[in-house]
Design a protein. Structure first.
Length: 181
């Protein structure tokens, strides 16, 4: 995970949905995240995909496994961030990654409110577990893009600060921000 340049970033993409994990409908959100990353990233990376049901323990345990066992530098979750009883992704994220970065959730809600008034129902957070940044995203592909556009320019520098692998965005698609040294 260190910034040794010897490997590309390992990125976890976790779809959290009772219905999609049971095969009741196709997961469109996980593939939307992968497509986004493929479009904006210029540096090498590999994806660790998961499709799991809602629920505190399952989400928490999957996030811990992706950080500690799979060695992910970044984990992007989709689903489970609303007010429904089984929407426990933020709680599970905080249990797995206790250093919350409130600005991510604030920025995602602010940009989403420009498009839909129900964005105030979102409970998305971002936090890190050691050198692994976890960002909760909404469950709809269009909303995923809106939220990632709002926060992703800060993600590479955040990964630098926590000691994760270095990510570079394609400046023709998205300029990331790193302070001048």
């Amino acid at each position: 995970m260190a910034q040794d340049g010897k490997r590309g970033a390992r990125i976890g993409v976790v779809t959290i949905s009772d219905r999609a994990s049971a095969g009741s409908y196709e997961d469109l959100s996980g593939p939307a995240i992968v497509a986004y990353l493929t479009r904006v990233l210029a540096s090498p990376f590999e994806i660790e995909r998961r499709l799991i049901p809602d629920g505190f323990e399952r989400v928490r345990d999957e996030l811990v496994a992706l950080a500690d066992e799979a060695g992910c530098d970044l984990v992007l979750t989709t689903g489970g961030t609303g007010p429904a009883p089984r929407d426990l992704t933020p709680e599970a994220t905080e249990a797995a990654a206790p250093r919350v970065l409130p600005g991510f959730g604030e920025a995602m809600r602010a940009v989403s409110l420009r498009e839909v008034p129900t964005a105030i129902l979102s409970r998305q957070i971002a936090a890190h577990r050691g050198a692994c940044l976890v960002i909760n995203l909404p469950g709809k592909p269009a909303a995923i893009e809106t939220c990632l556009d709002a926060v992703f320019p800060a993600v590479p520098y955040c990964l630098d600060l926590i000691g994760a692998a270095r990510l570079e965005t394609d400046p023709a698609v998205m300029k990331s921000f790193r302070p001048k040294q």
